[in-house]
Design a protein around this ligand. Structure first.
Ligand SMILES: *[C@@H]1O[C@H](CO)[C@@H](O)[C@H](O)[C@H]1NC(C)=O
Length: 170
């Protein structure tokens, strides 16, 4: 009788330990999945990245969402750049061209994605990023304080995040 009780309590302890180990493993697994699920964790601008991808966990879809947002914001920047006069008019003309070029590169980069052409995607998205820089540089070359500084910085940061997100899929 004593022996039976002993065996019973031993197996209860064993069962309890097994349950605890299982639960600990589950908790750890969930933690890892959550960390791994944040595609923006290692982006250069994680806050902006998260605001753009809105919880998207799939890196390919997150990249696509980022390029689409960049297209929408470039269209908006282009509209804003039309409203310039005087000394700004000349520079804004350059920016309008840059934004137009960026838009065509961004549209091509979406096709590059569909054909899983990572090299083409990177060069087209990088080309758009350079267009935003060129617009900004034109102001400083003319000694004019850029009225588009914040817009161009944001566009560059979104493009930079897009280049990062593209490293997460094949
Ligand atoms: C954009 O991608 C195309 C392939 O679709 C490629 O031929 C072209 O060179 C790329 N553009 C740039 C600026 O790299």
């Amino acid at each position: 009788m004593a022996l039976i009780n002993h065996t019973k309590s031993f197996s209860m302890v064993f069962l309890a330990m097994a349950i605890l180990l299982f639960l600990a493993g589950e908790a750890q697994g969930r933690g890892l999945r959550r960390r791994g699920g944040d595609v923006c964790g290692r982006a250069d601008y994680p806050g902006l990245c998260r605001a753009v991808v809105k919880g998207q966990k799939n890196p390919y879809a997150a990249t696509q969402a980022t390029v689409k947002r960049l297209i929408a914001e470039t269209v908006a920047a282009k509209k804003a750049a039309v409203k310039g006069a005087g000394k700004y008019k000349q520079v804004l003309g350059v920016c309008l061209e840059n934004y137009g070029d960026a838009l065509s590169s961004l549209k091509t980069s979406l096709s590059n994605m569909k054909s899983r052409d990572k090299g083409g995607f990177n060069s087209n998205l990088s080309a758009a990023l350079t267009d935003y820089e060129t617009c900004e540089d034109t102001f400083s070359e003319m000694g004019i304080r850029s009225p588009l500084a914040n817009t161009n910085a944001r566009l560059r940061h979104i493009a930079d995040n897009g280049l990062y997100l593209a490293t997460l899929w094949r």
